[in-house]
Design a protein around this ligand. Structure first.
Ligand code: GDP
Ligand code: MG
Length: 436
């Protein structure tokens, strides 16, 4: 029951008929779906009547309805201000992360750090949430996982001092970016606001990001407005946008808070963060995919040179287990399946079951990893070495049965044969043709 589904219902009302009555029905359905998605009623009213007018102007029909809807939704999502991450002229670019407890500040701090690291920036994160005991530990773990430096001080109780010390370090050691994670409360209170204001005054951040939990719907908009009034915010990051139900909050928050949406969080993992680009999101909301976004995402992560090497190997039928492991780690850097699927035109509707698949943690992948883990380096390079006695040894080492080992090895062999065939038939071009 996603917003994409209900928008599709609206679009379908005008599928076979192209008269005013059909348009009225489509408009009514559109209104219903926007309201259900938590778009503010005033915004909804204006948007629906604009879409109606525009459709009439261009001749009533499904295409003109979709075009009008696309245009109006994009307009709604476009707010004056910066887009994505903006670097200061005088590094380190200092960002203050704010928001309520549980909104996703710490996770988003890690995601942003990861996003910048992939783009070759030197990033420092600062642990300034001293309210919750586990908060510093959480950021330490995240920093270790993404291999980004962290500044913390277990003996200091004043978040302002930690922030200042982190900024000094970032300046001295020539970091490009400093991301300051702060404490949140369950609700807005004076003390939280004062603490944030103090940190702000001390470090003079280039930008203040407000992390809003998409699942809280209208409340996210209200709280963001309060933070804007009391602290001043330069951008909103909408976290948990992967939980579809209230997906519509994206449609109203930027507009109502009059602050641009800069990024969206689309999963719990570190790669699950995207720059918010209005027309791309609209395209996805309408189930039309976002090939541009997909291309951008993959180009930042996939090492072109390595990709070429692998393609060459595949063509020669030399694809081995080391290559496989490398491909696997590249896949995991792309983030959750769900986020990728939404970017491929048409697939989001079709791909129900794989959408929720956790690729890395699936039993199959775990088994394959165990199997590869029990191979010698030479065996990984040359799968053809695997004779029955070696297979037996691998089965024991990996805790798999011999039948399982044989099955996986056979699948692997078939897969590389298939890949070889595909690659000689035009490779990635063939694949992208299949997708479009
Ligand atoms: P904080 O208290 O504001 O620092 O919030 P945390 O960063 O600790 O996040 C709270 C919970 O939300 C954690 O379980 C995160 O994994 C989860 N979370 C954060 N961002 C996202 C997101 O974009 N999608 C999903 N599904 N979960 C998220
Ligand atoms: Mg936190």
């Amino acid at each position: 029951d996603s917003i994409t589904g209900s928008l599709k219902n609206a679009i379908n009302k005008i599928r076979h008929k192209d008269d005013e009555a059909a348009l009225k029905k489509a408009a009514a359905e559109l209104k219903k779906s926007l309201l259900k998605a938590d778009v503010h009623h005033k915004t909804t009213k204006v948007l629906v009547s604009e879409v109606e007018l525009e459709t009439k102007r261009n001749g009533i029909g499904q295409d003109s309805f979709i075009n009008a809807l696309r245009k109006e939704l994009t307009k709604l999502l476009t707010t004056e201000g910066n887009q994505g991450f903006v670097f200061s002229n005088t590094p380190p670019t200092t960002i203050l992360m704010t928001g309520l407890q549980g909104s996703g500040k710490t996770t988003t701090t890690g995601k942003l750090a990861n996003y910048l690291k992939i783009r070759k920036k030197k990033v420092l994160v600062a642990a300034c949430d001293l309210q919750r005991l586990a908060a510093v530990e959480q950021l330490k773990q995240i920093a270790a996982q993404i291999e980004v430096d962290i500044y913390f001080d277990d003996n200091e109780k004043d978040p302002v001092k930690i922030a200042v010390a982190a900024q000094e370090k970032a300046k001295k050691e020539l970091y490009d970016v400093l991301l300051i994670d702060t404490a949140g409360r369950l609700a807005i209170d004076e003390e939280l606001m004062k603490q944030l204001a103090n940190v702000k005054d001390a470090v003079k951040p280039d930008e203040i990001f407000y992390v809003a939990d998409a699942l809280t719907g209208h409340d996210a908009t209200k709280t963001a407005t309060t933070f804007k009034e009391k602290i001043g915010i330069d951008g909103v990051i909408l976290s948990k946008y992967d939980g579809d139900t209230k997906g519509g909050v994206a449609l109203s928050i930027a507009h109502q808070v009059e602050t641009p949406l800069r990024f969206i969080g689309i999963g719990e993992k570190m790669p699950d963060l995207e720059v918010f680009i209005p027309d791309r999101i609209v395209s996805r909301l309408l189930g039309l995919g976002d090939i541009e976004g997909l291309a951008e995402k993959t180009s930042a992560i996939i090492d072109e040179k390595k990709a070429k090497e692998v393609t060459k190997k595949i063509k020669k039928g030399e694809f081995n287990f080391n290559d496989f492991l490398e491909q696997l780690s590249m896949m995991s850097k792309l983030g959750s399946m769900k986020s990728i699927i939404g970017m491929i035109p048409g697939l989001s509707q079709m791909a129900g079951p794989i959408k929720d698949m956790d690729f890395e943690n699936s039993d199959e992948i775990k088994r394959i990893k165990a199997l590869i883990g029990s191979m010698t380096p030479k065996e990984r390079e040359e799968p053809s070495l695997l004779n029955p006695s070696r297979k037996k040894r691998i089965a024991v080492g990996s805790g798999l049965t011999e039948v399982q080992v044989n099955k996986i090895l056979k699948q692997f062999k078939n897969a590389s044969k298939m890949a070889k065939k595909l690659s000689t038939k035009g490779g990635m071009k063939g694949l992208s043709n299949m997708l479009s």
